[in-house]
Every structure is written in C-alpha cells, then in structure tokens.
Design a protein around this ligand. Sequence first.
Ligand SMILES: Cc1cc2nc3c(=O)[nH]c(=O)nc-3n(C[C@H](O)[C@H](O)[C@H](O)COP(=O)(O)OP(=O)(O)OC[C@H]3O[C@@H](n4cnc5c(N)ncnc54)[C@H](O)[C@@H]3O)c2cc1C
Length: 803
Amino acid sequence: MKPQTRVVVIGGGIAGCATLYHLTQEGWSDVVLVERNELTSGTTWHSAAQVTNFGMNQTMVGLKSHSIALYRELADDPDYPINYHFADGGIRLANTAAQIDGYRHFASMARGMGVEFEVIDAAECARRHPLISTDNLIGGLWDPLDGDIDPAQLCQALARRARTAGATIYRNTPVIGLTQHRDHGWKVHTTKGDIGCEFVVNAAGYRVNEIGAMMGVQHPVVSMEHQYFLTEPIPAIARADHRMPLLRCPISDYYCRQEKQGLLVGFYEQNCKTWGMDGIDPNFANALCPDDLDRVMDVLEGAFARMPALRDTGIHTVVNGPITYSMDGAPLVGPVPGKRNAFCIVGLRAGLGEGGGHGWLLAQQIVHGEACYDTWCLDPRRFSDHATTELTALRAIEEYQNEFRFHFPHEHRPAGRPAKTTPLTPVLAVGGAEFDVVNGWERVAYIKPAPDFTETHSFRFNNTFAIVKAEVETVQNHVGLTEISGFNRIEITGHGAQDWLDTMFCGRISRKPGKVSLGYLLDYHGNVKAEATIANLPGGRIWYGSAAAAQIHDMDWLTQHLPENSAIRIRSLTNDLTTLVLAGPNARKVLQAVSPRRDWSALPWLSACEAFVGIARATVLSVSFSGEQAYEIHLPNHQLHAAYLALVAAGEPHGMRLFGSRAAESMRLEKAYLHWKSDLICEYDPFESGLGRFVDMSKPAFVGKSALAARTGPRRKLITALIDCDHAPAHGGASFICGDRVVGTVTSGDWGHRIAQNIALGFVEPEFADPGTSMIVDILGAHIPAKVVVAPLYDPLNDRVKN
Ligand SMILES: Cc1cc2nc3c(=O)[nH]c(=O)nc-3n(C[C@H](O)[C@H](O)[C@H](O)COP(=O)(O)OP(=O)(O)OC[C@H]3O[C@@H](n4cnc5c(N)ncnc54)[C@H](O)[C@@H]3O)c2cc1C
C-alpha cells in the first residue's frame, strides 16, 4: 500500500471510478481508489444502465451531456471499446396538458445548454416507438441522445484510463476507519494497512452511511429495493429497422429499453420498500434482493396496457437490487457538511447515466474549489440537521413513488411534513396559511381564501394569482405581516471580528454601531458565493443574516476561514429565533403602537436596534425586501406568539393582513432584489451580477480579490426584462433567444403586481444587456417578446423605503 497520496476515493462503482478518472484529467495523478470487493460489485453491476440527457435544471443537463460525450469517446476507443447504444432516443410520456407544459419548459431550459429536446404528440410517440398504444396519451418529450451502456465495461474503461494517468486502485481492500489530523488531512484505515491523504471521497453507494459513520456524519441517503425484468425476444423488435427508444412513464411509473431482441422493463411501484435500514450484511456484494414481482403488479398493468406485446412475452430474468435516494431525490455531490477535506458522491439514483458528469463536477470541486457549473442542486450542504434517517426514508419513498413525475413550480409534496416549524406555524395554519417548504421549514406562501382552497399546480399563472395580487395590494397600500421561518442568523463576536469580516466580504461593511449593511462573499475564482446582511448590535455582537437554505453552507464557509487560534466566536441562532416582517406604509404606525417607548421615525433605513414588541424582547432591523417601508423583527421563539398577538391587535386599525412568500417574490422582482441560488450563482462575479456597487477593489484584501482583479470583461450580465405575456411567468432556466440563437437564461421571473407587468431576471451575453434591447423568451414553447429595462421597475429612488 502507498503510505501517502493526495486523494483516496472509497468505492469502485461508477461514482468512484468516474471521480478517480476525472481527478487525473484535472491534473492530479497521485490519487487512489480503494474498493472492498471487486470493481462494480455494489449497485453498478446490475444497473439497467440507461443513459439519458433529461434534467430539470441546467446543471443536471450539462453534467448528463458530459456523461454522454465521455461514454461515446470511451466506446469509440479502439484500444478498449465498450458497448454503448448511443442515441436510440427516448420518450417521456404525458397524459395531461400540464405535463406537456412542463416538458416545453424543460426543452426551453435545455436549449441553453445546447441540448435539443422535442415535444411530440401521441401519434408521433407511437411512430417512433412502434410497440406502444396511444390510449390515454397526449404526447411526450423526445430526448434524441438516450441510450444504454454496459456498466461493468464503462467502469473498467474509466479505471483503465485513470491507471494509465497514474492513479492506483486497490481491490478487495475494505476501508474500516477514518482518522482526521489537525492539518485537516486524513488517514484511511483499511484491512491491508493505512493510507494518508489530503482529501477523502465517500463513493460507497448503499454503504454511504457506513463510511459516513467513520467520519461522524450521517448522510440523508437511504436505499430502496428496485426491480426490473428482461423479456424473451419480441418478434416486432426483431422486425423493426431501428432499436426501440427508451420509455419513461409518469402515468404508470415504469421505464423500458431494448435488451437484445426483447425489452428491459423497470418499475417504481407505490407499494415500495426501503432496504438496509437496520444495517447491511457485510457479505452483501455482487448480490441481489429476492424477486418480488407481486409488489409491482399495480404498475405492471400500466406497462402491459401501453405495450400490449408484453402480454404475449415471457419473462426470463428478474433483477431486484438496492438503489439509493437522498432527501430530495437528487444526489449529494460535493463537500461533506461540517467537515474539511472530505467530499462525497452518494445518493445516486440514476448514477450510471449521470455518474460520468458527477465525477467530473466533483473532481473539479476537489482540485479547484468549485466546478464549472453552480452545483447547489447537488450540494450536500443543502439540508440541515432535520435531515434524519427517519425523515429521509419518508422522503425517499415519496421520491421513488413519483420517479418520473417532476415537481411543478411551488409543488411541495407531503411526506415528512411538517419537518421544521416555529411556535407560530400551527397558529398561522389555523389562520388559513398555505405553506411552502424552505430547507425543511414550513414557510407561509399565501393565505387561502377558504379552508378547502386547493392550488392548481401549473407552469402557468394559476388560481393563486388573485390571492397574491390582493396580498401585494395590502402591503403597498396599508401594512402586511408575515413570518420568515428559518432565516439564517449567525452571531459573530470577539476581538478582531470586524477586521476578519472585512476580509470575507468584497465590499465595505459598516462598522458603525446600529448600522446594517448588505454584502457579498466571493469564492476563490471571484464569483458570488454568498449574500448576507450584517447588523452591528449592542455589546459588539454582529449578526450575519442570509437565506434559510444557506444555513450549513455559510456556516462552513465562515468557520473554515477563521484565523487559527482567533478569539472570534461564531454561533448559529437560526433555530432559536424567528423573524416577523412588517411591511407597508403603515408599518411604522403598527410598530409604534406595540413598542411605544421608542420613536421609530428616528430609526433610519438600514439600521438595527433592540426593543420590546409588546412584552417580547426583539431585535429590529429597518430593512426591506418588498420595496415598502419595512421592519424585520427577530424574536426568541418562546416569545414569538406573544409578539405576534400584539402585532395583530395593533395592526387591525391600520388594515393589516397576513401575506406570504409569493407576494414577497412578486415585490422583490419589481425591485430587482436578487435571490441566492436563483439569480446569485457562483458562475458569475459581482460585476456580471450587477453588484458592482457592493465591490471595493481598494480594500487591501478579501477572498476572491485577486481572481476578480484578473477578470477580463463580462461573460454574461444580469438583466431585468419585461415579458409580453399574461398567461405564464418566465421560469428559471427558460431561454432568451435572438434570431435562432440562445443568448441567455432566465434566473427567476414572476408577475409584478404593483406595476402590472411580467418580469424576468436573467443572465444574457453582454451585447444583449443594454436597456431597450429586444429579444424573445421561450415560455412553454411560445416565443414571447421581451425587452431589457432599467431596474428597479418600482420606486427606483427608494422613497417608499426611506420614508
Ligand atoms: C435495478 C436497478 C436499475 C438501475 N437502472 C439504472 C439506469 O437505467 N440508469 C442509471 O443511470 N442508473 C440506474 N440505476 C442506478 C445506478 O445503478 C446507481 O445509481 C449506480 O450504480 C450507483 O453507483 P455508485 O458507484 O454510487 O454505487 P455502487 O455501485 O454501489 O458502488 C459503491 C462501491 O463502494 C464499495 N464500498 C462500500 N463500502 C466500502 C468500504 N468500506 N471500503 C471500500 N469500498 C467500499 C462497494 O463495494 C461498491 O463497489 C439502477 C439501479 C438499480 C438497483
């Protein structure tokens, strides 16, 4: 065994092999993979191994495109050719107009990544896949590059290339322990000896949490049993002059591809089963679970109805094996939360097709700190401590049952809810609140007009439009109250805190007591990493406030940059405090009524103070995300209800009503306030993101400064556009088009109720960023005129906020 190496990758399935290969491609050849048995002896060997290009965001589409290009190149390698049925094509079926809308949006989004999907009608589906009936079918999404690959050959090809580039692979070498040193490096203990390394990668498939436990973490990943069968030859396939395309069916929850002259059909049954929850037999390797076709009878019927030839065909093999699912169904590819120099590539449920791309993005993160795409949708830090195994199992079952049913905008499925609540959640629910979920927190979306109101989920404006409009009107003309559950707050104290923060933010953060500043943190490439509000509170306490989703991400970034032996202390207040927001021209009057000992007109915009709200101790920030006069009131959870009751009573004479996050979203777009991980992504620097006023290059040093200084010209620029469309918003990912060329991508969009216009934010090529530029935006397949405008569209001088 080598005594020392740069990276040890644990696990020799597709995840580990792809990571190892890509590390060598990124220039690190002194890397090792350790596998407890033989390569591919986990899930990989028995995978149905379909390779698709479909994804619900551009990062997923981009990484899958990388897989396809890589697999093609490997397949064509004359020294080690592998079996890859490239571009048989594939169809995702649909039997509702709403699904077709979704497919049209995903096609618009994929075009921006150079991928051409096609939405086709039922007759065309049947023409391309001659075995299917068109009963209860209205069409589908055609993915021209879909295919399937030999999983063992694929991994061997990657391993072979990695070895040629200098990597070492130890087979039959189980990892039995991990020790981290003070310099953040690791010692990997195996049955054959120890290997020291700078970085360790968990690629252990369904044994993810055995390796997790060795480093003291529990990943929100569980395994499900998953079955497919292979049929005897089907004469119609033998007669066809082309291979059958892949099928994915959200109507009856199965997939299908050609295997020799027959079919491989896999099932996502409702009566599904978790696997390995009480521990995994150490001898389970190259193994399967017992067949259980009875369990899939419900979905089998649907597959038989769609492909009647199956009824006359024998089944010759059944495969039932463990497949991993994360809390939200998407893999965990990136840094291990709370750890240094530790990464994972786990929770892969379509790992054969995606693995090449995941390994590519992970290797870039390990070697360069970030990947070429923003990888937040895969980031293991996107959950917090609510992500227990119990909750993950509930969510995994739901994800499995809905495998091909994509989420509609604002659709939050019920499993495991409520996971995180405040003392006010039940009160607001009784008051008619409908909730969205943000990092597990139940967050008020809007107030239902009647207890039995049900939202019609759609890519178009839906039956919440009038509700949101009325809530915006209340905030604009009177005053609204809402709760921001889970808002991320970190308290920073101790000698040197201000100086240190100055090195973390790219702009000037006020040191004045009582002052609030908005600032941006950059990564080492000079791109936008995080956004935070900094409030200077009495006693030298500094509050760092950011998006609820950023809880673990920001905490890790801050703690990992603390100077050695510093006196600076950082602690999370997120679970202890909840924020109420009062917004609207009467906000100050309501606050004055519940907190009469202070003259609230003397608290200027962007200030902070401590006060009583009724009997509750509160920290109040005069900041606004709505563009109206507003106060963020931060309250200890035990006094939240008391403060709420006081505010409700004081608000009544001023026409106060509750409002939710949907109204806030509409208003923030009118003000062109940016949303972290929608509009603020680490693919662009602050100048490209329209945040030049928050950068101070004269500061002696800040994280990302040298990379930012070295930049030559913008790659793209963030714009605000008005869209000439009243039936649907421009969803994130939709393409801006000029002529027949995609020139940009929408990052977020919605109806601006105060200006009665459809607004989209997005990044476009610099020559299309000037106000007045006309373009097209592809909304659900329709080419809609869009015009770049000067932002913000509402109250550009901030008069309403300052008054
Ligand atoms: C029935 C079925 C059909 C599927 N069909 C498809 C499909 O059509 N398309 C698709 O894209 N995906 C499909 N998948 C999913 C895909 O196969 C998996 O996502 C993928 O194989 C996971 O690869 P992995 O490398 O993460 O895990 P694994 O293949 O399980 O590899 C993990 C490796 O880690 C090793 N390991 C574990 N613990 C240790 C230790 N302590 N020390 C050293 N080594 C260790 C294991 O031995 C194993 O080799 C399917 C899955 C199933 C079950």
